[in-house]
Each structure stands twice: as structure tokens, then as C-alpha cells.
Ligand binder design. Sequence first.
Ligand code: DON
Length: 310
Amino acid sequence: MEEKISTTTLEEWLENVKPFAYDGQLADYIPALAKQDPEDLAVSIYYLDGDCVHAGDVESCFTLQSISKVIALALALIDNGEDYVFERVGMEPTGDPFHSIYRLEQHRPSKPLNPMINAGALAVSNMIHGQTPDEKVGRLLSFIHEMTDDHSIRFNSEVASSEFETAFLNRSLLYYLKQHKVVTGSVEETLDAYTKQCSVELNVRHLSKIGALFANEGRDLNSGRQIIPKHFARICKTFMVTCGMYDASGSFAIKVGIPAKSGVSGGVMGSLNGFGGIAVYGPALDSKGNSVVGLKLLEMLSNRYDLSIF
Ligand code: DON
């Protein structure tokens, strides 16, 4: 890409995509997420040289939700190694909604198809080292602090409790996985760790910086320190391409072509080798649980600046 994108351009583009928010709906199956402001809108681009441009409600914080699945996977790989993780969770996209249960029965021995659907992500959370849920989440938070260089990032306990109290489907997935020895230990404790992981709260600037670190082969942009081994960063980005948008991953790959992961709070994190990280926040979601304005904005950026990896 020849030129960097200016703040003014980003501001104009946000204005253009704003009306699309009315085509979407807030996630309300987690009651606390229904309190988000559907008109919040923000974008941030973090270049590999450390420059960051952003526009919109940059200070608005939102919870990671499924975007945390990428970060948790990186930590579980560091903790356990590739063989251990992929003996228990597969590598194939499903084409199903993120909370779908029915493919768990189709594989013998039972194994979630990938770490981006809830079944796979619950198994990955269970693998993160730590004696207690708080120890696991504490380690994940430290990992995020290292990646963002912001040690004030925490999880939102209201969102975490709200999900914990209503996560009957995720409990079902966990009991199934426990029966088939994909997860070990207490179901309630794994769910506790997972819901806290999903509730880690940050803004688009943080998220674009994490995306940039993945794009920088897992190295910190300033110090060059290897925070995620290059091979594990590559595995995470590949899952972002094949499964990052759930059952919309194929159309997203064609229309946008940027490795990206969405969450039901309305965040999307993109990671583009040779370019950096892109984060968008807009809490109104389409029927598949992806941010409507996030997808629109990424599509416009990709087309205008020829960002597709394909
Ligand atoms: O487990 C859940 O349902 C949520 N904590 C996360 C789901 C999610 O973000 C799916 N994303 N589009």
C-alpha cells in the first residue's frame, strides 16, 4: 500500500457507514450486552512502524467476546504446545453458527472442529495453565497487558456475571466435552474462566495494536520482543481466515480478504502481514453475530487500498 490512511479519511468513512448500524441488532442473549449504545462507532489502524490513526468513539470500551478466542488460543499453544492443543480441538471450519452443538456428535472420538466456535474455545480456555479460574484469567490478562503495553486492562465483571448466569448452551457444550474427556476439571470453573476471558474490556486502539502484533509475527512493535512464537501467530491468523467470522468466513474472505475475528459485543480485529492491525467497533450485529458497520468498513478499506491477502 502506497499511502497511509489519514484521520480525516477515516472520519469520512465512519460517517458513510453509520447508517448501516440501523440494519443490525445488539446481542441480547447476554443481557448486559443489550445495554451497549448501538450508535457507538470507532476504528483504529496500527501500522507496523508504530503509527496509529483512529476515528470515532475511540475511548469507548467494549468486551472482547469471541475475539478473545484468538488470544486464548495463542496462550494455550504457548502453555501446552501444538500437539496437545490439536489432539483435543480440530482445525476445520464448520459453516455453522458459533454456538452450534450438533457436530460434536459427528466426530469419534468427540472433538470440537476448531478453536473459534464456542465448543473449541471452551476447550482452549480449559487448557490455559492455572489452578483456579482467576489464575487462568490473570495469566490471560498479563498476556494482554504485554501485548498492549497497558496494564490497566481488566475484565468487566457485570458482563462476565451476566453471561455466566445465562450461559446454558455453553454449559451444555462443556458437559458434553467433559463426558468425552476433551475438558478436565470443573465445568463451572471452566465456564467462569471463559466468561471472564470474553469480558476483557478494551478499546479499538488496544485491539488494533494486538492485531498489529499478530501481523508482526508475534513480536512487540517497539522492542521487537517475541511475545507469541511466529508459528503460533501464524496458526492464529490462519484460523482468523478460515473461521474468524463463523459461517460468514467464506463471504468475508471474498469481500474483504483480511484475517479477522469478530465478537458479539461488535468488535472486529484484523491482522494483515506487512501492514498492521485494524480494529473496528460497532455493536449492532448481523444475523450471524458480526458487526454490521465493522464488516462494511473493512470491506470499503480493503477495496480502496487493495488489502486482500488473496
Ligand atoms: O460464548 C459466547 O456466546 C460469547 N461469550 C462469545 C460469542 C461471540 O462473540 C460470537 N461472536 N461473534
